[in-house]
Design a protein around this ligand. Sequence first.
Ligand code: SF4
Ligand code: SF4
Length: 349
Amino acid sequence: MQELLQYHVLKKENLDGLVTRLAKLQPLAAPVAKGDGNFAFASVHEAGEMTLDYVPTILPPKKYFLPPRETLLHFDVRRGMHVETVGDNQPLTLFGVHTCDIAGIQCLNMVFSERPRDYNYLLRKRLITVIGLECNGYCDANASCALVGASLPNGGYDLFLTDLGDRFLVHVNTQAGDDIVDTIKVFAPAAAGDLEALAALRERKRGTFRNEVALDPRKLPELFSRSLESPVWHDLDGRCLACGNCTLVCPTCYCFDVRDEFRIDLATGRRIRAWESCQSEPFALVAGGENFRKTRGSRQRHRYFRKFAYPFGKYHRFFCTGCGRCTRACMAGIKLKETLTALAWGQGG
Ligand code: SF4
Ligand code: SF4
């Protein structure tokens, strides 16, 4: 009974009513078709503007939590060390976020909650409402969400919608989600039959979503512990173009650069932070000119270890959500699933 109270039903004919009301409460972003099979999270005002049947967007919703470029503070050196911090945080509702991208947000939450905390990130996160949407089937062959345990919902959202054919079942996970259900009168109480339909759908999903790589995910940390000198990295050294696309589109990559930009008066300016990629050659350059990851293969190795090895030891989860974006974005045709398979077989990629 208690579980039933956490669920509501949204008839599909009421979807537009929900979306238009959400957009009136605060800015709303959802997946929007951009042509050529591409999608992007963008501002919407009604359900007709968005597409709920989509492959992962070009950039993940991380762009709202950690903007590609943000001003941290303004400074004026004529007045000594005078600085004014910038807080440009706005409320936002994200609609239709898949489980892989919710997992990506959970990873970022863990990283930026560590001390010293990143208040720019955390303040922004507090203002963002996440409404998830279940994938009932694979978005495409590049996804590996089952391998990393991201094909089923696992918290990290305020509301979560599952398409049950003629209706959505809506799971309420937070007070913010409950407030939406209370405020926007388009929901009906769920019945026991709705939960049975959900259980049947999840059972079907367990048959559909299987480890996309012939690997036991529990053995991934051990696989990486013996892969430091794998020929796979030499193979990637010859193929990778070091463009950085794979990291920029990744929902869990969070590296950034901080730099000061002076205005023409050479006295005032601003400090910005912008996304940075471990695939660029100067990324691991240190004082004295030493570069710890000179080759493209060593930088690719670092990227894979940052997804499957290091965070597993620190946070007990993979920092790959199986979204497949790195594969779709790679101009050299480097495929994450192929690389993992090659590592498992001890081969070149
Ligand atoms: S490594 Fe690739 S598949 Fe994994 S989360 Fe990042 S972009 Fe997605
Ligand atoms: S997207 Fe492909 S070519 Fe570009 S840095 Fe990543 S692996 Fe290398």
